[in-house]
Design a protein around this ligand. Structure first.
Ligand SMILES: *Cc1c(COP(=O)(O)O)cnc(C)c1O
Length: 350
């Protein structure tokens, strides 16, 4: 089934290849938990739910996610938000001061920030006027120092999915690892690339609990890749990166997936309602199609409209300084009541 040969090991930084990972107390012994007397980790013995260190491998949670996503638990690593997982990718694969990554603006800002923190150059190839990747330009700009290509699909802030053939061409022809950030996939009609993970050894898929799953506050991101990639990332992640409360809350939420599905359905319905209403406002010139839980709109004067909305108690995101997003605002879909308030407010300003 593998459609591409790829040597992952050759992409890994030398210091990571030779790394001897920290073995935590709970790592060394993971047995029949409840019945054992734990005197190995210098914890306070009095039970308070959180007195013990968390499971460093998050086994129960990863098994649950694996059932949900139909991916083996050995192909999953969890992070303190997707942001931690993105940072791990830089630390595993990108040599500071030497390698570069490719991003496709306008897109999620963290790719560039994390690149800067890790002293990695960013090669930016703007999306075309349809907000699609410029494949030939991307491939012309790659060389042996190109380590990661970030494809955010559906993309933030443009709200569209990239063309499936375009993404496939990039995975098949990019020298390095292609990271597809699917933070908004649950709001999309499109199938997740998780279903094709086993075809491409250089593919990494990121998802998150922060958007559709309604848990931005617990900080939990998911990374899916080949077993080889996951074991490299496991060797460098901090031992107890997902705390006890986060693991508990996530498991609880995943025991009620119908609720998540109902909320997603309501958000999508509201998005479609909002789109129609926004289209009728004269100073909104474009409401872009959306496969996400937000709408990107083009207005007559983004700075002016942004300030007016703030003064009326509504905060949206001003994206006007982003490439290709002149006079654009990004509006997250709220509850029916919030959306109605937004539309009523917009109608009062001319
Ligand atoms: C919101 C968002 C995330 C989520 O990041 P977390 O750290 O998991 O909260 C990731 N990628 C994109 C493109 C996003 O918009």
């Amino acid at each position: 089934m593998i459609t591409r040969e790829f040597n992952i090991q050759s992409m890994v930084r030398d210091n990571i290849i030779t790394l001897k990972p920290y073995a935590s107390a709970r790592d060394e012994f993971a047995g029949q938990s409840e019945h054992m007397v734990f005197m190995d980790a210098n914890e306070n013995p009095f039970n308070s739910i959180v007195n013990r260190y968390p499971d460093p491998k998050q086994t129960e949670l990863r098994v649950r996610i694996s059932q949900l996503k139909n991916v083996s638990p050995s192909q999953i690593i969890l992070g303190n938000g997707s942001d931690e997982l993105l940072d791990l990718l830089f630390r595993a694969f990108c040599n500071p001061g030497k390698d570069h990554v490719i991003t496709l603006p306008p897109t999620y800002g963290m790719y560039e920030v994390l690149a800067q923190i890790n002293d990695i150059e960013v090669v930016s190839i703007e999306l075309d006027s349809d907000f699609e990747p410029q494949v030939s330009k991307i491939l012309e700009n790659q060389n042996e120092s190109s380590k990661l290509l970030f494809l955010c699909s559906p993309n933030n802030p443009t709200a569209n999915n990239f063309n499936t053939n375009t993404i496939e061409t990039l995975i098949l022809n990019f020298n390095g690892i292609v990271v597809i950030d699917e933070a908004y996939i649950d709001f999309s009609k499109r199938e997740s690339w998780l279903n094709r993970l086993d075809e491409f050894p250089n593919l990494i898929v990121l998802q998150t609990f922060s958007k559709a799953y309604g848990m931005a506050g617990i900080r939990l991101g998911m990374c899916f890749a080949s077993e080889t990639v996951i074991s490299i990332l496991n060797s460098i992640k901090l031992p107890y990166n997902i705390n006890v409360l986060t693991q508990m809350k996530a498991l609880d939420r995943l025991s009620k997936t119908e609720i998540i599905q109902t909320e997603i359905k309501r958000i999508i319905e509201q998005r479609e309602w909002l789109k129609i209403e926004l289209d009728a406002i004269p100073w909104i010139t474009i409401v872009y199609p959306s496969d996400t839980n937000f709408l990107l709109i083009k207005v007559d004067n983004a700075n002016k409209r942004y300030t007016e909305l703030i003064s009326k108690g509504i905060v949206v995101r001003n994206r006007t300084s982003q490439p290709g997003c002149d006079n654009c605002l990004r509006i997250t879909v709220g509850t029916a009541i919030e959306n109605l308030k937004l539309i009523k407010t917009l109608k009062t300003i001319s």
